[in-house]
Write a protein that binds this ligand. Structure first.
Ligand code: F6R
Length: 369
């Protein structure tokens, strides 16, 4: 049932191109616009929305953090992202014009369920992004957009995460389409880019051997730091979470711009630091800033592991290890940038003799608060 792989996690990482393609299937019509008929919230209701609030836990929360960049950019609707476990305890401001998006692979996470119940009590509409048909979270929501990742067995979420991102982009683009924004042309182009992304994920998977080798060489380290900026910041958080849960190592993700406000004090000789580099084409200011971050940490002895687009030559001189990913539009980069981090964590866990599919103390679905 592991399809020839040693672990479900490896199988699920390998299934990502298909999972991504399946999640797009039937949702883009031949004219290049979106038809999300399953989302039973009417276009006129969606036009009334004045705030989006995303609630989720763990990896699904990281998908939500990325979704915020897409939603605000493409729709200009303010978007908040909150850990489901924090949400209802702070008396959040919600009303009938708030759209709450609950993201959950299992559809059974108690914290997320309690957050969506709270939102519905305030009169807000809830849209679930979920991977499990007929589970509690979609049943209790006003609408659902299913991710089509197929069953995810390994405790650490991989293919569900990529499909959550795809679903979030679809929702963001759909909101933009329904409401009409100044990004009209961009939306069509992004939909076309999204339909090519499955092949890009496949290409990343074909080049992972050096990442595995690198992971094995770091098996005796105590700590790994992750830096990112813009949508690369949640990717850094996700890379760190994967490493904690699988390799049982201390791992932390930081926004690269925060480095000088504290974390740079952690940099010492030979500490591995993974840096997710934004595209040099899109927001090139951010690219240049992160290149100087890499220089700064390298000057302090860090071992720099740089994830950068093909063709980005500016980073090469400062990278002890360079992991190449295909060029994508800025907002879509997490779909390709996360994959090496999953492979990295999985291989480090294996090298440390850990149980990859069943990390200690963790459960696949967390049905208690
Ligand atoms: C991390 C992981 C967890 C889940 C979280 C939410 O690899 O699997 O952090 O993402 O427990 O679970 P769902 O998505 O089922 O609500």
């Amino acid at each position: 049932e592991k399809g020839g792989y040693d672990y479900f996690m490896l199988k699920e990482i390998a299934e990502q191109p298909k999972a991504v393609a399946d999640t797009l299937l039937g949702r883009i019509d031949p004219s290049g616009s979106l038809t999300l008929d399953e989302v039973r919230i009417t276009p006129s209701e969606l036009r009334e929305v004045d705030k989006v609030v995303i609630v989720a836990c763990g990896t699904a929360f990281h998908a939500g953090l990325i979704a915020k960049y897409a939603i605000e950019h493409w729709t200009r609707i303010p978007c908040e992202v909150e850990l489901a476990s924090e949400f209802r305890y702070r008396d959040p401001i919600l009303d009938s014009r708030s759209l709450v998006i609950a993201i959950s692979q299992s559809g059974e996470t108690m914290d997320t369920l309690m957050a969506l119940r709270h939102a519905r009590e305030q009169g807000s509409k809830v849209l679930a992004i979920c991977n499990t048909n007929g589970s509690t979270i979609p049943r209790e929501s006003d609408a659902v957009l299913y991710t089509h990742a197929g069953p995810e067995v390994a405790v650490a979420s991989t293919k569900a995460f990529l499909t959550q991102l795809v679903a979030c982009y679809l929702v963001a683009l759909y909101l933009g389409q329904v409401r009409g924004t100044k990004w009209g042309d961009e939306i069509g182009a992004v939909i076309r880019d999204l339909s090519k992304i499955s092949c890009e994920v496949e290409r990343v998977l074909e080049t992972m051997e050096p990442v595995r080798e690198l992971a094995r060489s770091l098996a005796d380290k105590d700590t790994v730091l992750f830096l990112g900026r813009h949508v690369g910041y949640p990717v850094a958080l996700e890379g760190a979470l994967k490493l904690k849960e699988l390799a049982y190592m201390h791992a932390e993700g930081f926004a690269a711009g925060e480095l000088k406000h504290g974390p740079i004090a952690l940099i010492e000789e030979d500490v591995p630091v993974v840096v997710v580099v934004p595209s040099p084409r899109g927001r090139s200011v951010l690219h240049d800033k992160i290149v100087s971050n890499i220089q700064e940490i390298r000057a302090r002895g860090a071992r720099t592991i740089v994830i950068a687009e093909e063709g980005d030559e500016a980073v090469a001189p400062y990278a002890d290890h360079l992991i190449r990913i295909p060029a994508t539009p800025t907002l879509l980069q997490p779909l390709v940038a996360t994959v090496p981090l999953q492979v990295f964590a999985c291989e480090l866990a294996t090298a440390r003799g850990n149980e990859v599919d069943q990390p200690r103390n963790l459960a696949k679905s967390v049905t208690v608060e």
